[in-house]
Ligand binder design. Structure first.
Ligand code: ZN
Length: 252
């Protein structure tokens, strides 16, 4: 940062001497870049919890942003011996960004939903920052629900050898969001507000007062002898208390 005094003297405040240097300028830029990135990410997290979409779709995005969706690349990085090639397109490694955004199959789903984000992105969080800047609250609900549908597609293919089409995937996402919205009864319902038994499919129901409810999910890759385990703990108000995921390899 360059400062100018009342006497018109200019000095560089990143050095004790006041003299400009490339090294201190680079360091200052890096610090600014990190704070900008943190700020963008923070706004994505804040927006995510306000989206009016099924909680399980928010959970998928939450895990993706936290970089802990049990993709094949994630499993291998934790020591599980699995092939990391995308089982849908066979063109790239199966990372979170690839599964949900850059895989040709995912890309066609986004085009069908008429949601396109410009530019190149190095990771899923960067893509989310871009997409959330350019979309309405309604579109953001569609975005997170399509993420869920894409992730479910992949798991169906890996576990059950069951493939789906682009149109079916987009239709499944829209249908799930519509059904959930109808079940809520009112569009202004706050996200993650506890539901009630019988309100509709897949609604999270709050535990008793002063209790914590733990929701778990297990993904089993039978042919690979591997599995992923995840849990989310919420209190009576629906506030997240703890989340965790863990890859597991078992003997075949
Ligand atoms: Zn792919």
């Amino acid at each position: 940062m360059v400062l100018e005094t009342d006497m018109g003297i200019v000095f560089w405040n990143q050095e004790d001497t006041g003299q400009y240097s490339m090294k201190s300028a680079y360091k200052w830029l890096q610090q600014k870049k990190e704070s900008w990135q943190a700020s963008d990410s923070t706004s994505v997290w804040a927006k995510l919890w306000k989206i009016k979409a099924p909680p399980k779709t928010i959970n998928v995005v939450w895990h993706a942003l936290a970089n802990c969706l049990p993709t094949l690349v994630q499993l291998q990085s934790r020591g599980v011996q699995v092939p990391i090639e995308c089982p849908i397109c066979h063109e790239d490694s199966e990372t979170i960004l690839h599964n949900l955004v850059t895989c040709p199959f995912a890309h066609r789903c986004w085009l069908t939903l008429k949601i396109v984000s410009q530019g190149l992105f190095s990771d899923f969080a960067s893509w989310m920052v871009g997409i959330f800047k350019d979309t309405s609250a309604q579109q953001q609900a569609k975005v997170v629900t399509l993420y869920w549908a894409l992730w479910r597609n992949l798991n169906d293919l890996v576990w059950n050898q069951k493939s789906s089409s682009v149109n079916k995937t987009v239709a499944a996402a829209k249908q799930y969001l519509t059904q959930w919205s109808i079940a809520q009864g009112r569009s202004s319902m706050a996200l993650l507000q506890p539901g009630h038994e019988g309100d509709g499919d897949c609604i999270w129901v709050s535990p008793q007062q002063n209790s914590v409810k733990v929701s778990t999910n297990v993904a089993v890759f039978v042919n690979k002898g591997a599995a992923g385990f995840g849990l989310v703990a919420r209190n009576t108000e629906g506030t997240l208390q703890k989340q965790s995921c863990m890859p597991v390899q078992y003997a075949q």
